[in-house]
Design a protein around this ligand. Structure first.
Ligand SMILES: *Cc1c(COP(=O)(O)O)cnc(C)c1O
Length: 377
């Protein structure tokens, strides 16, 4: 047995779409990226989407849109991937780490209110593992404080909360298509918003400062009555090399068609896990509601974390821990603030395998192995 923690669901269809880009000899920023953006906007239900090469880049540029004064504070959860807080540092801003809700492991809204002060300019809620933050409470509060809201949706694609798509509750939504996420483009990310004006410089930011894509200029070059200025571009902002390319977008176009199916497959797996764990009286990482929300990862809380991880490894079952609270990391240690709940729960958190290819035999085997461990101890 060798059961992976995460595994992308990719195959022939994706290859065919990539082949199409090969046939056109256009593999950089081009028509596939544009098509993926349009389809994405329809899927999420937003006005504008801009594709980049990671969610890390998406978060960096999302904060960049606001031109916050250097040294302003941004409220971020401590229980998240580094990118949520690195994006704050990239913008010369200061992260303020918010403790976890004891039950959902999402940002604790009471701690959020406690740690807010007048130097705060934005908040970045993360829908941890895909379980939604109570946006109906967070949004009105953040608006009353004049805070920008950037949703880090790296753990969900197509998830909804109270009838509204995650990623459309705040000012900007950021998604990840890294290979472990709900859908993938190899590496990739998306920035989306219902406020086109807010994103007006993002196309330039993502592509070295140039605000027109070179596919359009190449096409105009081959037309009759060509514009003698087809080569011209103007640099107005300091851009980055953050664009998605057509190879990644090819994969994304196919994955987007499959994502609802992939989501429901992962939900079914979680239902199976929960049934098995209930019998063993093992606590899940959070109160998963797989029929309601879209999850990217699954896990448990266990008092013998280290021993269990080693035991499962000996059985060929990969595990993980998402995450070491960021305020405990050397990089972020200087940013003060206590997060006692995350520190208490983190030593019990174990991530279990969750991906579309996981078979029911494998799930049974994982449950059986957990049972075996229970009988040992
Ligand atoms: C994976 C992840 C990111 C970064 O995504 P990339 O596409 O790998 O840059 C950001 N935030 C969270 C919560 C993540 O899990």
């Amino acid at each position: 047995m060798n059961i992976r923690l995460f595994k992308p669901d990719i195959g022939q269809e994706e290859l065919e779409e990539i082949k199409d880009s090969f046939d056109q000899s256009w593999i950089g920023l081009g028509p596939k990226v544009s098509e993926f953006e349009v389809r994405w906007s329809k899927f999420i239900g937003c006005e504008e989407s801009i594709a980049v090469n990671s969610a890390t880049a998406a978060l960096h540029l999302a904060l960049r849109c606001f031109n916050f004064p250097k040294g302003s504070k941004v409220l971020v959860p401590t229980m998240t991937f580094s990118a949520t807080a690195s994006a704050v540092l990239y913008n010369d801003l200061i992260p303020v780490f918010i403790d976890s809700n004891e039950i959902t492991l999402g940002m604790d809204l009471d701690d959020l209110k406690r740690k807010y002060d007048k130097d705060c300019v934005a908040v970045i809620p993360v829908h941890y593992s895909g379980h939604p933050i109570e946006m109906d409470i967070l949004v009105p509060w953040a608006r009353s404080k004049n805070l920008a809201i950037i949703e880090d949706c790296a753990h969900t694609v197509g998830g909804m909360y109270k009838g509204k798509n995650l990623g459309t509750w705040g000012d900007i939504g950021c998604f990840s298509f890294e290979e472990k996420k709900c859908m993938t483009t190899g590496d990739g990310g998306m920035i989306c918003s219902n406020n086109k004006d807010l994103l007006k410089d993002v196309r330039a930011y993502r592509w070295v400062g140039i605000d027109k894509d070179n596919w359009k200029s190449a096409k105009s070059y081959t037309q009759k009555d060509k514009d003698a200025m087809h080569w011209f571009y103007e640099l107005k902002v300091l851009g980055y090399k953050y664009n998605m390319n057509d190879l990644a977008a090819s994969i994304g176009l196919v994955q987007l068609k499959k994502v609802v199916k992939m989501n429901s497959k992962r939900s079914k797996i979680i239902v199976d896990y929960m049934r098995g764990l209930r019998e063993l009286e093992i606590e899940t990482l959070l109160p998963f509601e797989p029929n309601k929300y879209v999850y990217q990862m699954f896990g448990i809380r266990h008092n013998y974390k280290d021993d269990l991880i080693i035991f499962l490894k000996s059985k060929g079952i990969s595990t993980g821990c998402h995450y070491t609270p960021l305020h405990m990391q050397p990089l972020f240690r200087d940013f003060k603030g206590t997060c006692p709940v995350s520190e208490k729960i983190y030593p019990t958190m174990i991530t279990l395998p969750l991906h579309v290819g996981l078979t029911s035999d494998e799930i049974d085997y994982i449950i059986l192995s957990l049972k075996e461990f229970k009988n040992l101890s």
